[in-house]
Design a protein around this ligand. Sequence first.
Ligand code: FES
Length: 106
Amino acid sequence: MPKVFYTQPDGTERGVEGTAGDSVMQIAVRNGVPGVLGQCGGVLSCATCHVFLDEQNADDFPPVGEDEDEMLDCTAVERAASSRLSCQLSLAEGQHVRVTVPETQL
Ligand code: FES
């Protein structure tokens, strides 16, 4: 099973298992992980699924696409080099990923 470790702005971390094919956003929303809203359901029109992807996982996903890049300019917390929209981070079987949730999404 893929597993995502979500670190909150206060440093607390929670690991949640998902199913292959799930996105980092879907696992967060389904399990009530604070700070990941995913208001548009994953169609790249809200930017409320913003996370900072751990450096160790930077090469585990396809690079930021054009549409994701545009939406990342609309995040509530200023974009960083590690910023991703978590609805675009689909997990493979057995994959382990660490992300940090921003202070706010709105
Ligand atoms: S859930 Fe809306 S852009 Fe990711």
